[in-house]
Design a protein around this ligand. Sequence first.
Ligand code: SF4
Length: 373
Amino acid sequence: MNSLYIHIPFCAKKCFYCDFYSIGYKKNLAAKLISTLSRQIGAANMYFDTIYIGGGTPSILEPQLLEKLLKSIKNISGKPKEFTIEANPESITNQKLSLFLKYGINRLSIGIQSFNDRKLARLGRIHSTQKAIDSIYMAWQNGFTNISVDLIFGIWEETLNEWKTELKMAISLPIKHISCYSLSYEKRTKLFTLLKNKKIKPQDDEIIAEMYEYAGDYLEKNKFIHYEISNFAKAGFECLHNINYWQNNSYVGLGPSAVSYQRGVRAKNMADVLKYIKMVENKLPAIVYKEKISPEKQARETAAIKIRTLEGIDFTWFKKRTGFDFVNLEGKNVTLLSRQGLLQYKKTNKKISGVALTKKGFLFCDSISAQFL
Ligand code: SF4
């Protein structure tokens, strides 16, 4: 599978926890970027199985800019299997939703983050719970059947009961996919500074683990499959674009700060809209970093990403995908981790055919994944 990611780096306001590359919205600059991106898309001239427009806040663009971008994609892409756009509650309108549908977008990822007004304010979001709910219904009434939302848990002073109320709200809405992330304090964010200056106290690890376990059990009981460490979907609504990343397949990234991975080469675009436009328009590489990944490193990276999924790693699939024998490559780690109850062997016809995380392993996913690298 080949995927295309397009980064739209504009937001109405910087959220307090966010370290993605984004800047305040400027219409003229946005118009220039869309012209540059449209030309790049036209020149790419290749079929993509999945397309994802993320950011930033793509839905902040005026309808005519959105239409220009979407038209250029339609000209090259045929009909991708999955076409997602990210949108924020405050900038979703009926006009934009019908444009999305007109140009073949079949999945909407709404940046809800929380159904609790106090939490939304603490995260620096500009929408309210009511606005979040209204935006989901608006998308659904316009004809979106594949709606995903992001939720953050584990913020300071948040209680398990508050989190339970949010999950209850989520499953009552016409949503097919939920991504749940525990709050992390990234450098260069407002929350990191507040934490460093002891203005806020991070949530207790035990409560975070309890919240995560509760979400897993509750969502599974309500027919959401826990198919990746942070992701839950109704059957058939797993995100194909992310699955492509987790299989360590190739993707093209356009726009400032986007990453591409093609034929074993990883390259990151410069995180500066103006410079990005200038470089592309002058036919120069707009990248800040490029690395040729050795076949062994590619295999280890594949193991580290794929282990985060519910199905884990099938040895035959791994060999076919990477050319390496999983047990030879990661055998020592696997033995240790299975003794610790973090990994389990999977069997096909009574023979060991793969490994996957246990429930306990899901809680320590990041450190397990790092051991495979
Ligand atoms: S979290 Fe989303 S909306 Fe908030 S600043 Fe980051 S990219 Fe923009």
